[in-house]
Design a protein around this ligand. Structure first.
Ligand SMILES: C[S@@+](CC[C@H](N)C(=O)[O-])C[C@H]1O[C@@H](n2cnc3c(N)ncnc32)[C@H](O)[C@@H]1O
Length: 402
């Protein structure tokens, strides 16, 4: 692979914004990729994949390069150099790469890789937490969470069949395959930008990991029901619920952030999902009005996001113990308060994209022992292990109200 100056500089600029200015990686890349209209898909992939790689391996690379945050420009180049050497890429004759200690980099990589928290590039506190919560399993889960995520699509059955989407993408030279056990999922055989395809613009599919597709399926909403998606965000699950309900009945999508609901409405229009009503939670009244009114309630709770590190590697560097504590309190509050929206005989599904029992099983046990939880019993639960499934880490528990 030949390194091109403007692509490497764009990568370095992105890393500066992510590491030093603490900007969100996906937003930074979205802006960076708009910078030059002449960049083709390979150029864009180089910038995005290299940036994500260096974010993912920040600790390992920084220790190999012996550099500390905040990273000045020469140090960002040192991180890039480590990435290039470890990926077997020949360095061009640029001043930034003069005197690169190739053998030392490889030697330090071998030496430092003996220590898990450096090899897997994770902060000390998070490594200790993972081990204390998951024991021996942490080793394999952590390793799996550093792999590159597949691109998985969910076919919008309101508009197309799996075969329709496969054919349309194949015409655009994007090959896909079905995934056993996931009826609406298609996996890309090779990474590609699917957002520019006509099928996407026409709302035939959404990009949604296979594990995430299990959530709405486990809730199993029926046409005609009233289903509340209590933490709807930009609506990944709301759209899936609407399609499982064949546009009949009502999906009430709630969130505390109105801008996310605005995005949800835009996506719903593209998807032809007409039975979604958004409501911004701007006071407790919004929940009160829905008490005892829902056949099914989905709580796709805010969480650490530890199950989706492959997709959002910068979460490793953004998470901190205080945030974790506060999000766990939010999870308990939400379960207690939002469970009241379920009507007698209805169902509640609690889900997170975390693999930590303290956000999952333990929250559920706490809820079931609380006053609000006494009316509920556990029907089934599922933990999706990134190591075993190859997809995102998720937890979901389905509860029945008496
Ligand atoms: C895991 S994300 C939801 C993802 C979304 N369901 C999807 O499938 O695309 C959790 C959401 O909970 C929202 N949230 C945080 N605190 C909340 C609260 N107290 N009540 C409702 N939603 C909340 C966040 O804004 C975020 O959109």
């Amino acid at each position: 692979m030949k390194l091109h100056r403007n692509l490497v500089f764009a990568t370095i600029d992105s890393l500066h914004l992510i590491f030093n200015e603490k900007k969100q990686a996906d937003k930074v890349l979205k802006d960076t990729l708009k910078r030059d209209k002449r960049w083709g898909s390979r150029d864009r992939s180089f910038i995005a994949e290299t940036t994500y790689d260096i974010v993912r391996w920040k600790r390992l690379y920084a220790e190999i390069a012996e550099v500390k945050e905040p990273f000045d420009r020469p140090n960002l180049f040192r991180l890039f150099t480590v990435w290039a050497i470890l990926n077997g890429i020949r360095l061009p004759d640029w001043p930034q790469f003069e005197g690169t200690p190739t053998r030392r980099i490889k030697g330090r990589f071998d030496e430092l890789s003996k220590t898990r928290k450096i090899r897997e590039s994770i902060p000390d506190w998070l490594d200790e937490l993972g081990e204390s919560e998951l024991g021996k399993k942490w080793d394999t889960e952590l390793h799996a969470l550093n792999a590159l995520a597949d691109v998985v699509l969910r076919v919008n059955t309101l508009k197309a069949t799996v075969q329709d989407v496969q054919n349309a993408l194949s015409d655009a030279e994007i090959e896909t395959e079905t995934i056993k056990g996931y009826p609406s999922a298609l996996k890309l055989k090779e990474r590609a930008n699917v957002f520019t395809t006509q099928a996407f613009k026409d709302g035939w599919f959404e990009v949604q990991d296979a594990s995430s597709q299990k959530v709405a399926e486990m809730l199993d909403p029926k046409p005609g029901m009233r289903v509340v998606d209590a933490c709807a965000g930009a609506g990944g699950k709301s759209l899936h619920l609407a399609s499982l309900m064949e546009n009949k009945g009502q999906v009430v999508a709630l969130d505390i952030y109105d801008n996310k609901l605005t995005e949800l409405k835009r996506r719903a229009r593209r998807n032809g999902a007409h039975n979604i009503e958004t409501r911004h939670i701007d006071s407790t009244k919004v929940i009160k009005k829905l008490i005892g009114k829902a056949d099914k309630v989905l709580i796709d709770a805010p969480c650490s996001g530890l199950g989706v590190l492959r997709r959002n590697p910068d979460t490793k560097w953004k998470l901190n113990p205080d945030f974790l504590k506060s999000v766990q309190k939010t999870q308990r509050d939400i379960l207690e308060s939002y469970s009241r929206m379920v009507k007698p005989g209805g169902q509640l599904l609690y889900a997170t994209c975390s693999i930590l029992p303290s956000e999952n099983e333990k929250q559920l046990a706490y809820f079931l022992n609380s006053e609000a939880g006494k009316e509920f019993s556990l029907l089934k639960e599922e933990r999706i292990s990134p190591a075993k499934s190859g997809f995102d880490g998720f937890y979901m528990a389905l509860l029945q109200k008496q």
